[in-house]
Ligand binder design. Structure first.
Ligand SMILES: *Cc1c(COP(=O)(O)O)cnc(C)c1O
Length: 343
């Protein structure tokens, strides 16, 4: 199988499995797991934050962050397509009484900051209290620029908003920008980072922030069932991921670009943005009905090629990761090419 649905599909490598088997562990709810502590300290330092907290998923890490910034009746601003708003079950609203204010993003993936400023509500009892701006980087594979993030920080300071980053793929952004992780993450008040995407660990995300936010997040993590016991076995895989799998994200980006270039040469396929966005390529089939996308997904599957993100989606997403090599890319282009020629 060539699985291009997502970078979440990777299997832990032998080094990870060995590290997991050998991990020194303790009860992490008692704050006694040395491997978890090591992972938390290491990523906090890399991200330029005081502290970090290990979560089973990015969804829970983002949720704990939103709950730690906002109270019931508060509001956070996010992009219409943001994972926190759109793909996390409405958890902040359902569990925290936090109202989202979604805004349409610009083509570059960022929400225009003048629109954010205009959406901040006045201090008036008619309105929810706007407390937080939540950004995402990368977002659908797009990288927010350092300048944009600087200006977002200024805006947050002007309006006394907290600033959260859903940095599920913050390492992809750092590698694409050619900077250290902290350049991407340090100016935010909180950052959620996934180990289970391009970094290739089986499980886990970390929330990085100052000690006060992490204390609140620890309470929310417990309340939402994320307090894990001897989870150093999971953290051990995360440490191997940080040791081995950061710089190589550039290979995923290069392979995504190779894939985009191959698909651009096919008649009947449109590559959105005309190229790859970090480790992702998005395509449509111009002049065909929407059902053709699912027909292509089914055709690909019969040729052992899996395309994302899910049946019924309006575009096809192809994501490169640890298990995809150059030959897989060429084969994927071949399989998609055959479909558009024959249909
Ligand atoms: C994957 C992802 C998350 C977290 O997802 P989990 O599956 O809960 O770990 C958050 N934000 C973005 C942008 C993501 O891609």
């Amino acid at each position: 199988m060539i699985d291009l649905r997502s970078d979440t599909v990777t299997m832990p490598c032998d080094a990870m499995r060995r590290a997991m088997a050998a991990a020194e562990v303790g009860d992490d709810v008692y704050d006694e797991d040395p491997t978890v502590k090591r992972l938390e300290r290491r990523l906090a330092e890399m991200a330029g934050h005081d502290a970090a907290l290990f979560f089973p998923s990015g969804t829970q890490s983002n949720l704990a962050a939103l709950l730690s910034h906002c109270q019931r009746g508060d509001e956070y601003i996010a992009a219409q397509h943001a994972h926190t708003y759109r793909f996390e079950g409405g958890g902040a609203a359902a569990l925290g009484g936090i109202q989202p204010q979604p805004l349409e993003a610009e083509p570059d993936g960022g929400v225009a900051l003048d629109k954010v400023a205009a959406a901040v509500k006045a201090d008036d009892f008619h309105f929810a209290k706007t407390r937080l701006l939540a950004l995402e980087n990368t977002t659908d594979g797009k990288v927010l620029t350092l300048d944009y993030m600087r200006r977002a920080r200024e805006l947050a300071d002007q309006h006394r908003l907290g600033l959260h980053l859903d940095g599920a793929r913050a390492f992809n952004a750092a590698v694409a920008l050619g900077v250290e992780l902290a350049e991407v993450t340090a100016r935010f008040d909180s950052v959620s980072i996934c180990l289970s995407k391009g970094l290739g660990a089986p499980v886990g995300s970390l929330l990085c922030a100052n000690a006060a936010i992490i204390d609140r997040a620890r309470r929310w993590r417990k309340m939402t069932g994320g307090g894990m016991r001897q989870c150093g076995v999971l953290a051990a895989a995360g440490l191997v991921a940080l040791d081995n799998n950061i710089a190589r994200l550039a290979d995923d980006h290069a392979r995504a670009q190779r894939l985009a270039e191959g698909l651009l040469r096919l008649d009947g396929v449109t590559v959105i943005d005309g190229g790859a966005r970090t480790n992702m390529v998005f395509i449509t089939l111009p002049g065909r009905p929407p059902a053709a996308l699912d027909a292509l997904r089914r055709h690909a599957k019969t040729h052992d090629l899996l395309l994302g993100p899910r049946a019924g989606a309006a575009t096809i997403r192809l994501v490169t990761h640890l298990h995809i090599n150059d030959q897989d890319i060429d084969q994927a282009i071949e399989i998609i090419g055959a479909f558009v020629r024959e249909n």
